[in-house]
Design a protein around this ligand. Sequence first.
Ligand code: XMP
Length: 503
Amino acid sequence: MIAIFDFGSQYSHLIARRIHELGAVARFYSYETTADKLLADGIKGIIFSGGPASIYNRGAPRPAKEIFALGLPILGICYGQQLLADYLGGKVEHGDRHEYGATTVKLVGNDPLLAGLNPVEEVWMSHGDRISLPAECRIIASSENSPHAAFHVDHLYGIQWHPEVSHTASGKKLLGNFISLCGCEKNLNPVSMIDSLVKLIREEVGEERVIIGLSGGIDSSVATALCAKAIGGQLSAVYIDTGLMRAGESDVVERVARKFGPRFLRINAQKRFLSRLAGIVDPEQKRHVIGEEFIRLFEEVARDEQATFLAQGTIFPDIIESGGQNNQAALIKSHHNVGALPKKMEFRGIIEPLKYMYKDEVRNLARQLGLSRTLIDRQPFPGPGLAIRIIGEVTEERLDLLRQADSILRAEIEQTDLTDQLWQWFAVLLTNKSTAVKGDQRGYGYIIAIRMVESKEAMTARFSRPDWDLLARLSTKIVNELPAISRVVYDITNKPPATIEWE
Ligand code: XMP
């Protein structure tokens, strides 16, 4: 396993993704982790990520000296490179010119870290500092503005550019070389991943009983299938009907879940969620109320089931957006199962077998686990459900309206072949009202926004460019069939800057 010390770069999470794509395993660790902990976990190499700090800032994050002296290969990227230079007795100074974006580096010599790269490589930099190094460091690449763009001494490798971003053409090759230098195997595949996750779950849980939150989405279904494989007899799968689901969804989930194997419980909590949400319009508050209510219900079920562990289908993007990957990252939104969890919980532990994975990796696991196509190809649906697609207060009337509009939209889209290209397609109910003329009457009704996006793993998304006729059909149907709706608009914003969900 490779340890990533995350110093807060916005690209840090991509390092883990690339390592997984290369068939090895990466885990994030706090930079304060001790050498003993790394050795106990069987870490074979360390990557120091980039970060916004300058190492001479007061309070700049620095790992202990013992980490550098461990002898494990360390790759320092950008800020990480500065840490290595400083450890080795070099200097970091503000450069004359900042380097942001694409630039070229020239390779010097034949270092194994850069094996297979072209003599001149296009790379992506984002920094304003330059380093000088003691004589024993071998310079292995340079750029016009950074004579020491990459160096190597003993087990330490420093590079100023970001190999993890896709704009660095041979970045993946470089990371692959580093994995080889660490002596890590690159044999991760869905089968070996399932075996190791099952083993980890067994080790963590022992003889205890576990409840798992099953929403019917792919993440929680894969997590349930893994837990069932690992500790089937000790597991109860719990579906909470929040009343915030799409039309007909709860019955479908129950039907699928009952085929799954473990003991299944359906909890009807529609009234509880609605009354907790009354009067709330702030999206983060909605998320926190929902996150907390989920946990309180899980605690109640756990008492009845004598379970001490809660398992969840949390995936890596949930953690990144909730600002939970490191304490320097920004909060984008509190995912109901991560950032919106209450501080005090009765559980002895939370099991999250998928927490380092992206959705496409989870889909691969689902295929390997033999889960049904309907489940694998289902569009993602957020835990807080329709509550975060209703701008403003969530009421029974507005929920009902959105459910009907969403149902019309889904029925129409599901007849097209767009479902293969789209990541998500859904309706959002706005707070404002708008004037209409229906027949000879004035109308004054709600506005529905349609969101249709293409994405690979939800970290970025592109709004879909469907046929105008399809949009016209959707608009006509929604406005005609729902008298309370007077207008339909189409969302033409990519992510970034707009998130996929409106709240
Ligand atoms: P955003 O809106 O952050 O969404 O661009 C990225 C993906 O995550 C889903 N999403 C959630 N899933 N709990 C979840 O389980 C949540 O709180 C949550 N918020 C957003 C969203 O549907 C999209 O696929």
